[in-house]
Write a protein that binds this ligand. Sequence first.
Ligand code: 3PG
Length: 216
Amino acid sequence: MMTPLQSSRAMRDICASVPILPVLVVQDPAHAAPLAQALVAGGLPVLEVTLRTPAALEVIARMAQVPGAVVGAGTVLNAADAEAAKQAGAAFAVSPGATERMLGACEQLDLPVLPGAVTASEAMVLLERGHDMLKFFPAEPAGGVAALRALAGPLPQVTFCPTGGINPANMADYLAQPNVACAGGSWVAPHEMMVAGAWDEITALARAVHHALGTS
Ligand code: 3PG
């Protein structure tokens, strides 16, 4: 049994270890190991594998074997998703929102979870339950940096991982916010590069994040 406080602490640690959390949509299980290796080599070892493809659970299982990779499941919508993710070897779960049953399942499963919120009320409901590390999704359509800055006023105890519309041009603005620990984005693993087996190019995209942010 993992309490929401323990879950939030675990997610804070995971998020604080990287500037960008690659959001991955992987169609082919054969891409799992080389993709994870490419992103670890580029300095982005925390990976969110979205449960949006039939291959996703197998991809999580394979990526979890890659040295240095910290692999979580994204698009966790309900208790069954949380169970499947845990069984596949996910180290954490990410959700675009939150439901009572999904949160309860993660607690039972000892699976740290990053639930999503964009409004003050959504964040307050999660805070009341003990979650103070939240995903801010969809970041850009929901107001972006300005919205995060506004939420920091009344809710300074909440830290966010914004995702949705983050890119190399706006990532630094997000990461400069005191209530942002890291940000999620899919641009570091383009589908075409995976299909082409362009793993070095994916490593270069990950390295470019550190280069742009001056984080080595
Ligand atoms: C998602 O859920 O797809 C993530 O938020 C990633 O969004 P992005 O493709 O805009 O980076």
